[in-house]
Design a protein around this ligand. Structure first.
Ligand code: CP
Ligand code: NVA
Length: 301
């Protein structure tokens, strides 16, 4: 059987994604019962991080350990990756020694190139364009709190960034409507929007976007790699803060998510994470369970 990679949500079918999200909740229950389940004994994952991370590193490393396997942290600073060894050579070498490779980097093309030369599954753990692992956790969290997301309305507030792009893919794969409120000049990729125009709507008004919404999501105004734009973005995004009063305009059972890390006083008000509608810490924990389901899907036949 040919290798499966997970570079975007489009690499799995809708049915596979749905099963994976349900499986994530089962794996969570297994762990909560204290049962040992080690389907990846003696298996090794390389984790290549070119950007910082707390959740992604901890969840993948803990997940591999709980599954009986091992995770290896690789930084470009102390491997030949940082000294210009071609991606194709690195991919051939690393994949000849391990069972799965996870990469967090800037260019999405780099992950595609690595996957093209890898003999084992490659997982995108965030690029400038997509963050599909986060969406697995977000979907699991919605299913656990409110049931199936099919036919629901989701609102994205803020930058048309990697998370927003993955929400567009999720709208297609999980069949929901996505309203995006972003300042002019910060729209998501127009091609991706055009491909999904029956489901995706862009507006400049956060109030309009949250009306009739079942799930409200936001993210930082300046992503990793955009630090020098922070000040300019703070001005341009000033009207795009999610607060309990903005949430009041959504449906009465709407919930709030944020992939974290969050900047209180910027994209969210000081009190938003503690609001009863916020499920962000369940969402963060679900990174562990959702990625274990992904590893099981990719590695256990
Ligand atoms: N949400 C997320 O990916 O967090 P980290 O950057 O801490 O991994
Ligand atoms: N959009 C953010 C997500 C962090 C998990 C970034 O790329 O920095």
């Amino acid at each position: 059987m040919s290798i499966r990679h997970f570079l975007t949500l489009r690499d799995l079918s809708s049915e596979e994604l749905r099963k994976l999200v349900r499986r994530a909740s089962e794996l969570k229950a297994i762990r909560n019962r204290g049962e040992i389940y080690e389907p990846l004994k003696n298996r090794v994952m390389s984790m290549i991080f070119e950007k910082s991370s707390t959740r992604t590193r901890v969840s993948f490393e803990a997940g591999m350990a709980q599954f009986g396997g091992h995770a290896m942290f690789l930084s470009p600073r102390d491997t030949q990756l940082g000294r210009g060894e071609p991606i194709s050579d690195s991919a051939r070498v690393i994949s000849s020694m391990v069972d799965v490779v996870m990469i967090r980097t800037f260019s999405h093309q780099l992950v595609e190139e690595f996957a093209a030369h890898s003999s084992v599954p490659v997982i995108n753990a965030l690029t400038d364009e997509y963050h599909p692992c986060q969406l697995l956790a977000d979907m699991q969290t919605y299913f656990e709190h409110r049931g199936d997301i099919q036919g629901k309305t989701v609102t994205w507030i803020g930058d048309g960034n990697n998370m927003c792009h993955s929400y567009i893919n999720a709208a297609r794969q999980f069949d929901f409507k996505l309203k995006i409120a972003c300042p002019e000049g910060f729209d998501p990729d127009p091609e991706l929007v055009a491909e999904n125009q029956s489901r995706v709507l862009i507006t400049r008004s956060p109030e309009e976007a949250v009306t009739d919404s079942d799930l409200v999501v936001t993210d930082v105004w300046a992503s990793m790699g955009q630090e020098e734009e922070q000040k300019e973005r703070e001005m341009k995004f000033a009207d795009f803060q999610v607060s309990p009063s903005l949430m009041d305009k959504a449906n009465s059972d709407a919930i709030f998510m944020h992939c974290l890390p969050a900047h209180r006083g910027e994209e969210i008000s000081e009190d938003m994470l503690e609001d009863p509608r916020s499920v962000v810490f369940d969402e963060a924990e679900n990174r562990l369970h959702a990625q274990k389901a992904l590893l099981e899907f990719l590695l256990v036949k």
